[in-house]
Design a protein. Structure first.
Length: 78
């Protein structure tokens, strides 16, 4: 389910070098603009089950253009 909201992703397009690793790791979260290949954020607040692939995208990004925050739910609902 989307929109539960404890995962937040941010990009810095000025740092992006268009390598595309983020899109390969998490295609539902990241895309690239057709003209320059710069990262486009498709989902700034993806569902929690995307956490591992977003973390992988951060690890694979050669320019440090991606960051994310994950805050586990504290209300006991999973
Ligand atoms: S992996 Fe990093 S440098 Fe490559 S397109 Fe994604 S944000 Fe840009």
């Amino acid at each position: 389910m989307e929109g539960l909201g404890s995962l937040r992703v941010a990009i810095d397009g000025a740092r992006c070098i268009g390598a595309g690793n983020c899109v390969l790791a998490a295609p539902s979260v990241f895309d690239q603009c057709e003209k320059e290949g710069i990262v486009v954020l498709r989902q700034p607040r993806p569902s929690e089950d995307q956490k591992d692939v977003v973390a992988e995208a951060v690890d694979l990004c050669p320019s440090g253009a991606i960051s994310f925050q994950f805050r586990p739910r504290s209300d006991g609902v999973s």
